[in-house]
Write a protein that binds this ligand. Structure first.
Ligand code: ZN
Ligand code: ZN
Ligand code: ZN
Length: 141
C-alpha cells in the first residue's frame, strides 16, 4: 500500500494534499465539472487527462511514475499471483475477472455457477456440501 500522507509532509504543509489522502492527489486538479484533471507534465507537454472518479484519476497519475502500490497477493484464482496495480479499482477488477464463476459438476458434468453448486448437489444429486463422511460408528461385538 502507498504510504499515508502525514501532517508533517511538505505536500500537506503546502496545502496541496490533505492528511490521509494519496500523495498522487497532488497531480490532480478538480475541474469546474467536478472531474479530476491530471497535471503531470510529460515530454509531450501537460497530460490533462480527466477522470470522473478520484480512485481512477490517482491510479492514472501513478502510471506516470509506474508506481503500483496495490498488490494482488493471491486474492485471485492463483495463490502465487504477484501482479501489482495502480489503483484499488484495477486490483478489484483483476480479482473479479480471474475467479471462475462456473464450475463443472463432478457427477453430471454440467456447468453450474459457483453460488448454485450446493443447491445443485442437494437437488440433483441429493448430497449436502461440504461432503463430510459420517464418522465410522462404533460397532459393538
Ligand atoms: Zn496524466
Ligand atoms: Zn492476482
Ligand atoms: Zn450435477
Amino acid at each position: 500500500m502507498e504510504p499515508v500522507v502525514e501532517t508533517t509532509d511538505e505536500v500537506v504543509k503546502e496545502k496541496i494534499v490533505r492528511p490521509g489522502e494519496s500523495r498522487f492527489r497532488a497531480f490532480l486538479e478538480m475541474t469546474p465539472t467536478r472531474t479530476y484533471k491530471c497535471q503531470f507534465v510529460t515530454e509531450h507537454g501537460p497530460c490533462e487527462r480527466t477522470e470522473e472518479r478520484l480512485d481512477r484519476a490517482q491510479g492514472h497519475a501513478r502510471q506516470h511514475l509506474d508506481y503500483r502500490p496495490y498488490v494482488c497477493g493471491g486474492k485471485c484464482a492463483r495463490p502465487d499471483c504477484t501482479q501489482r496495480f495502480f489503483s484499488s479499482g484495477q486490483k478489484d477488477d483483476h480479482i473479479r475477472r480471474s475467479i471462475p464463476r462456473r464450475k463443472e459438476c463432478e457427477h453430471c458434468g454440467k456447468q453450474i455457477s459457483i453460488q448454485n453448486v450446493s443447491r445443485h448437489m442437494k437437488v440433483i444429486h441429493h448430497q449436502n456440501l461440504p461432503q463430510e463422511k459420517p464418522s465410522v460408528a462404533f460397532k459393538p461385538y
